[in-house]
Design a protein around this ligand. Structure first.
Ligand code: CDP
Length: 788
């Protein structure tokens, strides 16, 4: 079931909201004409390769670069010591910590950047980087946050003067006393201890830069794989001390980001510094292994949740304790106020008065990152915990998991709803989404079949997740990155011939912005979407914005686009009145034209108006039809949905197969239903992968197991199950077009549904939890253990 429930208001020729307009950007991608960082070739361009630490924790005794320097074609070898002379050996992270650009004192994770070679070609640079000799004195590698917090654990961040342990942060949210009181009255307390493993976004295109600093003009043009080019420009100005007006960041086509391209990585800084000093452009593009072992990881959360439930099956309170593994530098990309991201959204879709969340983070000898991998800051972990906990609670009190959810859902009339941890949910119809999913999957019939199957020794499981998540940061008052408020922007210029160019502060990495944002303009101004060009990713040519991640483009830049379109429509009305020699008050609007009320033949099109704006403007009005809007949303948006998974588990091997996967999503008004479905399909594939196969581990020496696609398993079409999609539409009341974000929902909501389904199939054996990834071997091991 994929039909959209909202009839478009515009014709297919105009192509406003609700039209499944085909993706305009795909023509160049399909023809191999995308233009990525690695496609950039500049005259005199040099290449950089990075020498990385083979060990996880060691003191640097000496670095011998002479072998590399002697190689023909090598122009420079950069070390931390050299960078320190320019005060560039350390840089700030997006969480306000510091991170080594090139290591000076010691290495703190395997794969850490130690030195860089600049050479005339990439092969020479890579070969020479291998000739760098580093003498290390090994230190104990710490690979779990639990060990990191033991009293006798060696200090990882001995560079930080006031730090006496590996405790990176503590943070809490909610009302502890109210929770304790609720727990003292509970008929039942349901507990779950679980782990969300480390994963990596692994976009198809790795990270890279071409840094081109012109020593004559001081102009730095940085072509970067950046999800947030404007914010990066400011960070560069602060880190490198370059005047911001002389920095231009160009983020060309991006082959997937998923949060991986939000942080500023050491390679970017070294390449820029090298170009500045040498006076020639320098290119650095990561290998796959470099990308997997050293750039922004995600998750690595150890979570303990407890639900207090009364005798009627009502949730009274939630208590959560969480420990995160942050790696060697605290580099989460997240709002300053919230040390554990938006993890306190962990209260989920349910109405209860009290919640308390306490969190700690620990430094370990692993790569830093903590990026929002296809989610808002730490929302995936939160959603996973509550949906696993609620499912288990239903079993423990002997209620059907759907009925337990239904009993505890926040009801439609309760919105806007303030959660016990302080979020204000904008709108939701949770029951409706859940019932639709149940109807689509045939919930009760499958339950019956599950019981019959058990009698024949077959294992069938039904798992559910009714998630609510939070997207569209900010409002600026509460949400910022390094102090930069999380607004976004849109600049719209309507040219004399009625064609338009829309410039945005966000940056698509494959989400289809060139298609969908033109549809918003089409809806508001009646200019055909095909006449609207969308430009992103060039800081000299787009208004300032905080970038694309955490599904914020539609809630924030989409709103800015609607607002500026409306502002131009207001001006267009004045011009139309002038052309029609009528009063503005007598004019009416239908997409694409103004007409005199009661006299539809007296009309002018938006194209007539655009021409007049430059050729015949009213005497009291400025010429032109263009403007910019900076939109600071009053609130986040809260998409939701219910996912139901049916699995068959093989009793002999633990292998499980997805028989059905039904996903009902509500992201408010859908701009482009086809693109929304594509976003959901991609997100579900990733959610499935997280639950079953896609994770990174480390051995006891801190050696990363997951440095290539043989060890780190990302799903192909072969493994990915078939998805059946449904939708409900509950507009966001504060968004100008009623849209909520959708890019991440499926990755956030679905892992719990998959895992709940597997547990459901085997829980009668006494198994109530298997940590992710719930791979077949782990299922088999759990069943064997249950037998013994
Ligand atoms: O910030 P990001 O683009 O990753 O996420 P998003 O705002 O959720 O948008 C992802 C894609 O889905 C964009 O092309 C949006 O325009 C589109 N979308 C839509 O068509 N309707 C919605 N209600 C939400 C997103």
């Amino acid at each position: 079931m994929t039909a959209t429930m909202h009839e478009p208001k515009t014709s297919p020729e105009i192509g406003g909201l609700g039209h499944s307009r085909r993706r305009v950007e795909d023509a160049r991608f399909i023809e191999g004409r995308g233009h990525y960082v690695d496609d950039i070739e500049l005259p005199g361009m040099l290449h950089m390769a990075i020498h990385r630490s083979p060990v996880a924790h060691a003191k640097i005794i000496s670095i011998d670069t002479s072998g590399a320097e002697a190689v023909e074609g090598v122009l420079a070898v950069v070390t931390g010591e050299l960078l320190a002379q320019y005060d560039l050996a350390w840089m700030p992270t997006l969480s306000g910590d510091t991170q080594a650009v090139l290591a000076t004192d010691k290495v703190r994770f395997q794969g850490q950047e130690v030195a860089a070679v600049i050479a005339t070609d990439r092969y020479i640079a890579e070969d020479a980087a291998e000739l760098i000799q580093v003498e290390y004195e090994d230190l104990e590698p710490i690979v779990t946050p639990q060990r990191a917090l033991e009293d006798d654990a060696p200090l990882i961040r001995d560079d930080k003067e006031d730090l006496e342990s590996n405790l990176c942060y503590t943070w809490e949210s909610g009302d502890k006393a109210a929770v304790e009181e609720a727990f003292s009255k509970a008929a039942k307390v349901v507990a779950l201890e679980t782990f969300y493993p480390r994963s990596h976004p692994a976009p198809l295109e790795t990270c890279g830069i071409v840094a081109d600093v012109d020593s004559a003009t001081g102009q730095a043009t940085l072509y970067m794989t950046s999800q947030a080019p404007h914010a990066h420009r400011t960070v560069f100005a602060l880190v490198a001390g370059l005047p911001e007006q002389n920095i231009r960041i160009v983020s060309p086509d991006i082959g997937g980001g998923f949060g991986n391209k939000v942080p500023v990585y050491p390679g970017y800084v070294v390449a820029t510094a090298a170009s500045l000093v040498i006076g020639q452009p320098v290119k650095w593009v990561e290998t796959r292994t470099e990308n997997l072992i050293s750039t922004g990881f995600a998750r690595d959360y150890y979570m303990k949740g407890e639900l207090a439930v009364d005798g009627d099956g009502r949730i009274l309170a939630l208590k959560v304790d969480m420990l995160s593994d942050q790696g060697a530098f605290f580099a989460d990309a997240q709002p300053t106020k919230f040390k554990a991201g938006l993890f306190h959204i962990v209260t989920g879709s349910y109405d209860y008065p009290a919640a308390y969340v306490s969190t700690r983070g620990a430094y370990t000898n692993k790569a830093p990152g903590g990026v929002a991998y296809r989610c808002s800051f730490r929302v995936t972990e939160a959603s996973y915990l509550i949906e696993r906990l609620v499912q288990n609670a239903a079993y423990e009190i002997g209620m059907d998991p759907a009925e337990f959810r239904s009993k505890n859902f926040i009801k439609p009339e309760q919105f806007p709803y303030t959660t016990p941890t302080g979020f204000v949910y904008d709108s939701g119809e949770y029951e409706k989404a859940m019932r639709l999913a149940m109807e689509m999957v045939g919930y009760h019939e499958i339950q019956k079949e599950r019981e019959e199957a058990r009698q024949d020794g077959r294992l069938v499981g039904i798992g559910m997740a009714s998630f609510t998540e939070v997207v569209g940061a900010g409002h600026g008052e509460d949400y910022d990155i390094l102090g930069l408020k999380m607004f976004d922007s849109a600049e719209l210029r309507v040219h004399p011939t009625g064609k338009a160019i829309l410039k945005l502060g966000v940056r698509s990495q494959g989400q289809g912005h060139e298609t969908t944002f033109a549809q918003i303009v089409a809806e508001e101004l009646g200019i055909p979407a095909s006449d609207v060009k969308v430009v992103e990713g060039d800081t000299d040519n787009t208004p300032y914005g905080l970038g694309t991640y955490a599904s914020r483009s539609t809630p924030v830049a989409g709103a800015a686009t609607a607002m500026i379109s409306r502002k131009l429509r207001d001006k267009a009305k004045k011009i139309a009145a002038h052309l029609l020699e009528a009063s503005e008050d007598d004019l009416e609007w239908e997409p694409g034209k103004f007409f005199v009320a009661g006299d539809p033949d007296s009309s002018v099109t938006i194209q007539d108006v655009a021409f007049a704006a430059y050729t015949n403007p009213p005497p009291d009005l400025e010429a032109g039809l263009e403007g910019v809007n900076y939109y600071d949303p009053p609130n986040m948006t809260y998409p939701f949905g219910t996912y139901i998974v049916v699995v068959d588990v093989d009793p002999g091997s633990g292998q499980w197969k997805v028989r059905r996967m039904v996903a009902v999503d509500d992201c408010g008004v859908r701009i482009n239903p086809m693109i929304v479905e594509g976003q959901i399909h991609g997100g579900l594939a990733e959610g499935y992968a997280m639950s079953s196969m896609q994770y990174i581990t480390f051995d006891e020496t801190g050696n990363c197991i997951g440095s290539n696609f043989s060890d780190y398993l990302i799903p192909t079409a072969w493994e990915t199950p078939r998805f059946e999609l449904g939708e409900t539409v509950t507009p966001s009341p504060h968004h100008p077009i009623g849209a909520k974000g959708v890019g991440e929902s499926a990755t956030v909501g679905s892992p719990a549904a998959f895992v709940n389904a597997v547990i459901d199939a085997i829980r009668h054996l006494g198994i109530d939890n298997i940590d992710m990834p719930v791979s077949s071997d782990r299922v088999w091991a759990a069943m064997e253990q249950a037998k013994s």
